[in-house]
Write a protein that binds this ligand. Structure first.
Ligand code: ZN
Length: 593
């Protein structure tokens, strides 16, 4: 769910851009041996009383009520607790700290539905091994399948689009070549989000051709929908799965029956539907004392954020809950997925809220747990996880209490094991405080991850911007920014944005800083520098005009005294052209003083 919005705060949705760099984890290739004794076990399907689970070499070795525990194997008394398979979040956007955040909250596998495809190769290596790690495993759709200017293109990341059904075959082949584990399509013209501009979307012919091409390669075709009418088309076209529950209205029984007849599985993402309807679920989760101590500041921040949507959207959550209730009553397979990466959600923690929302929609707690364990493993073909059974990967979560009696007991986590290793559950450091000093421009010959192109495609415009590496005044590195501002959006722009934190638009404390200094060279057209900061994305940015010319010139922005700037929560600084026409400029020697 990413909704184009005609305001600056949509820049928030640049989420997919950062975090391409991920550090390798220290090695070790078989997990610690451990026995969890006399624990209530949810094995992925059902609850077992007083069972012992033996873990050896990163795998579940044995499960039974009166197991003999080999000498030397450490024993954990499980009385009073419940052991669950590691949770699987069936809808995330995984970048930056996502997989660490996930694991800390017992989500040992994330099924991503659009991120930078360059992350996939490393993720694949990790998930095939059993090394000690502090990150959840990742499967990913890579680049999604959308139309030119459609949902998914607004994030500044230049992605290929599918605009002609004749190209579907090659398009799908290219995605699989990049490592996509499954295909994610978007069929959503924005009409569900009252008062927002419509956006282009896949034609019916392209949608069908992409689904068929995925199926020819034995890959799942998973489709983002927002409306009942689109869901009907997608179901009839043979999609394997719907993501997001359609919520513009309550669907008729015919659609429900057809979804069931075709055995289509649905990931409702009620967590993000709740954000859409301003239900405050994220804020409630952040206040839960079982959750709060493990949240990083950026996660707390994300949970408190909202979409700037009119109150007409408030009806979407009740519609969503009723639509899920009907699918469940019909016996449709439902998966627990959060759409983490979006406002009001965060990786890991939100899966616990999603379970509670599924129960609110009529699932029993055990059914909700299946939706987060064995069901996604089965539907995505992850045969080594999702259940507690001999031979499976020892991804486990030990919680206090009995989640089959109270689903929120999943939040009271005692221990998480990944690949048989107990995970150190610490909330991690705050986002690195960006202090006085030079701002990194390049990394490995590319613009550093904190820099991204930004355009009005966020709000339905068609401006373009591209970053490239250039040379600065004294032979040092510069970032060249070039593109075209196209009239049409309410406030057109195209340029570059700097994120000070580890994730795009995460608040970062830069309160020691007085000014931003950089050198700029351009085509003579003025640029606008915008400073985004404060409690959320709804505030006005600080603004300064920047003149350009063919010679490098130094620009100083008095951040500490610029109106509308809160340096304790700096989120992003963009420099962009706004007058229609082609533009080119370059920046170098960026420094905070
Ligand atoms: Zn999503």
């Amino acid at each position: 769910m990413k909704i184009p919005q005609p305001t600056w705060l949509s820049v928030l949705m640049l989420v997919v851009l950062s975090g391409a760099a991920v550090a390798a984890e220290p090695g070790g290739d078989d997990g610690d041996d451990v026995a969890i004794r006399d624990v209530r076990v949810f094995d992925g399907e059902r609850m077992l009383p007083a069972t012992t689970v033996l873990v050896r070499d990163g795998l579940i070795a044995a499960v039974g009520p009166k197991l003999a525990i080999p000498a030397g194997v450490p024993v954990i008394e499980g009385t009073g607790g419940t052991l669950l398979p590691g949770l699987i979040d069936a809808h995330t956007h995984s970048y930056g700290e996502a997989r660490r955040d996930a694991l800390r909250f017992g989500v040992t596998t994330e099924l991503d539905m659009f991120t930078d495809h360059r992350l996939i190769a490393e993720a694949r290596k990790e998930r095939e091994g059993r090394a000690r790690t502090d990150r959840a495993d990742l499967w990913s759709a890579g680049t999604l399948v959308t139309a030119k200017g459609g949902h998914g293109t607004q994030f500044g990341l230049a992605i290929p689009t599918l605009d002609d059904p004749a190209q579907a075959e090659g398009f799908v082949r290219d995605r699989l070549g990049e490592g996509s584990d499954y295909l994610k399509l978007v069929v959503d013209d924005g009409a569900a989000y009252v008062g927002r501009p419509r956006t282009p979307t896949l034609s019916d012919a392209s949608m069908r051709a992409a689904i068929d091409a995925a199926h020819r390669r034995k890959k799942l075709a998973i489709v983002h929908v927002a409306q009942v009418g689109d869901a009907r088309k997608v179901v009839d076209a043979g999609a394997d799965s719907l993501i997001h529950i359609y919520s513009d209205r309550v669907a008729d029984e015919a659609l429900v029956a057809e979804i069931k007849r075709r055995d289509i599985f649905v990931t409702p993402t009620l967590s993000v539907m709740a954000t859409l309807s301003r239900a405050g679920e994220g804020a409630k989760l952040a206040a839960d004392p079982r959750i709060a101590p493990m949240l990083r500041p950026a996660q707390k921040d994300a949970l408190g954020q909202t979409f700037p949507l009119p109150k007409e959207l408030d009806q979407h959550l009740p519609n969503a809950l009723e639509n899920v209730r009907r699918l469940h009553a019909a016996g449709v397979t439902l998966l627990a997925g959060t759409d983490a990466g979006n406002p009001g959600t965060t990786h890991g923690a939100s899966q616990h809220a999603e379970l509670a929302l599924l129960v609110q929609a009529g699932l029993s707690p055990v059914e909700a747990l299946r939706a987060a364990t064995s069901a996604p493993a089965q539907r995505f073909g992850l045969s080594d996880r999702g259940r507690i059974a001999p031979g499976l990967r020892a991804d486990l979560v030990l919680v206090e209490g009995d989640p089959s009696a109270d689903i929120t007991a999943t939040r009271a986590i005692r221990t998480v094991w990944k690949n048989g290793y107990a995970v150190a559950r610490v909330a991690g450091k705050a986002a690195p405080r960006v202090g006085v000093g030079a701002v990194e421009l390049l990394r490995e010959g590319q613009p550093a991850p904190n820099w991204a192109a930004t355009t009005d495609q966020l709000i339905g415009g068609h401006s373009k911007s591209k970053l490239a590496v250039g040379q600065g005044r004294d032979g040092g590195p510069a970032i060249e920014v070039a593109g075209e501002v196209v009239a049409g959006a309410p406030s057109p722009w195209a340029g570059i944005i700097l994120f000070p934190g580890v994730e795009p638009m995460a608040a970062t404390d830069t309160s020691g800083v007085r000014e931003l200094v950089l050198r700029v060279r351009g085509d003579g057209r003025p640029l606008t520098l915008l400073v985004f900061s404060g409690a959320d994305m709804n505030g006005r940015p600080g603004v300064q005009r920047v003149e350009t010319g063919s010679d490098w010139r130094e620009v100083s922005v008095p951040l500490a005294s610029l109106p509308n700037v809160d340096l304790t929560r700096l989120r992003g600084v963009s420099l962009a052209a706004s007058a229609p026409g082609p533009f080119a400029f370059a920046v170098e020697a960026v420094e905070l003083r």
